[in-house]
Design a protein around this ligand. Structure first.
Ligand code: GLN
Length: 196
C-alpha cells in the first residue's frame, strides 16, 4: 500500500517522515509517496494535505487537476488528513480572507474555518493538546494556525485549545489546525492509518 502526501507547496517533507515512522510503528507494510500529479493520486490509499499557504495550495491543486479528484476520492471514503492550511481546504465554509483571496475550498467537512485566528494573536506557539481517545496530551505546534469556528452535521470535535476547536473528525476525514509532523509523536499519523 502507498500513503500519499500532497506536495505542491508547504510542509510536506516532514509529513513524509512522520508517516513512514507511523507505518513502521503500526506494523503496516507500505511506503509513502509525494503527490503532485493525478497518476500519483491514483496510487495512494490515504492522503495528507499539509500546512503551507492555503491560497497557493488551492490554486496548485486546481492547476494540476487534483482538486476534483481529491473530492471524488474523499467521497468514496479514502482517509484524508488536512493540517493547518490543509485543514482550511477541507472546510465547507471559509472566512473573509478565504473569499477575498479566491481560495477554492475542497468543501468536504461540515465546519467553518477562520484562517489566521491564532496567528494574529501570536505567530506561533506550542501547547499540549488533549485529543479524544489519547491517554496523554499531544504536543501541538501552531504556526499562523486557523481555528475551526463552527461545526455541524457529521463533524465531531476531537480537540480544543483555549476554548477554540483545533481538531475534528468526520468519518474518513481528519482536520487539525496544528502541525503533528513537527513533533516526534506519531499518534495522529497513526490515527489516519487506523482509518484504512
Ligand atoms: N495561515 C496559513 C493559511 O491559511 C496556514 C499556516 C500553516 O499552514 N502553517 O494559509
Amino acid at each position: 500500500m502507498k500513503a500519499g502526501v500532497v506536495a505542491v507547496q508547504g510542509a510536506f517533507p516532514e509529513h513524509v517522515r512522520s508517516l513512514e515512522r507511523a507505518l513502521a510503528n503500526n506494523g503496516h507494510k507500505g511506503s509513502v509517496i509525494t503527490v503532485r500529479r493525478l497518476e500519483e493520486l491514483e496510487q495512494v490509499c490515504c492522503l495528507i494535505i499539509p500546512g503551507g499557504e492555503s491560497t497557493a495550495i488551492s490554486k496548485l491543486l486546481s492547476r494540476h487537476g487534483l482538486h476534483d479528484q481529491i473530492v471524488r476520492r474523499a467521497v468514496e471514503g479514502m482517509p484524508i488528513m488536512g493540517t493547518c492550511a490543509g485543514c482550511v481546504l477541507l472546510a465547507k465554509e471559509g472566512d473573509d480572507e478565504v473569499h477575498k483571496t479566491g481560495t477554492e475550498l475542497l468543501g468536504l467537512v461540515d465546519m467553518a474555518v477562520d484562517r489566521n485566528a491564532f496567528g494574529r494573536q501570536r505567530e506561533s506557539f506550542e501547547a499540549p493538546i488533549d485529543v479524544k481517545g489519547f491517554d496523554s496530551p499531544f504536543p501541538g505546534v501552531f504556526i499562523r494556525a486557523p481555528v475551526i469556528s463552527r461545526t455541524w452535521g457529521r463533524c465531531k470535535v476531537m480537540a480544543a485549545h483555549s476554548g477554540k476547536i483545533v481538531m475534528v473528525r468526520q468519518d474518513n476525514l481528519i482536520g487539525l489546525s496544528f502541525h503533528p509532523e513537527l513533533s516526534e509523536d506519531t499518534r495522529i499519523h497513526e490515527m489516519l492509518l487506523g482509518l484504512l
